[in-house]
Design a protein around this ligand. Structure first.
Ligand SMILES: [Zn+2]
Length: 153
């Protein structure tokens, strides 16, 4: 599992796919190493790259037979992002998800999220969609930074 920590999320290179929580399980089925992956956002184009990266990395480490099992249930949620991953996101300039997916499903995206640059809580949403569909765009009212917010799902 340690090697998989070396594989970055294709969209957010500072966090690994392990920290992202997409690797659910690893086990041997006879001589084949089976890796269970839960995609983050369905249809996220990065998933194919993540799968290719996992296979490539494991091949490099001497595992010839690798099979990827994609599991959609239970669905990936930002609730699986650990504290380290949230902190890295913030340092990278992306506001980490605030609250839980249940709350955001009921209430929508927060009116204001913490600015990753100056940590001000005074910000406003500029657009429902940021650099990718998984993010929204916010603007800080204090330092005027425009930043991506990783939506809760
Ligand atoms: Zn700010």
């Amino acid at each position: 599992m340690g090697w998989l920590h070396e594989i970055p999320d294709p969209e957010i290179p500072v966090i690994s796919i392990v920290e992202l929580g997409v690797i659910r399980d690893l086990h041997f089925n006879d001589t084949t190493l089976e890796v269970t992956i839960t995609p983050t956002y369905s249809g996220c184009p990065a998933m194919k790259q993540m799968e290719d990266d996992v296979i490539k990395k494991l091949h490099e480490k001497g595992f010839d037979k690798v099979k990827i099992n994609t599991v959609y249930d239970p669905a990936w949620t930002t609730d699986w992002l650990n504290e380290a991953a949230r902190l890295k996101l913030q340092n990278y300039g992306i506001a980490p998800p605030e609250g839980t997916k249940d709350k955001s499903a009921l209430l929508g995206e927060p009116k204001s999220v913490t600015c990753p640059r100056c940590k001000s809580k005074q910000s406003e949403m500029v657009s429902q969609f940021g650099s990718t569909a998984c993010k929204a765009l916010y603007k800080c009212k204090d330092c005027l930074e425009v930043f991506d917010y990783f939506k809760c799902i």
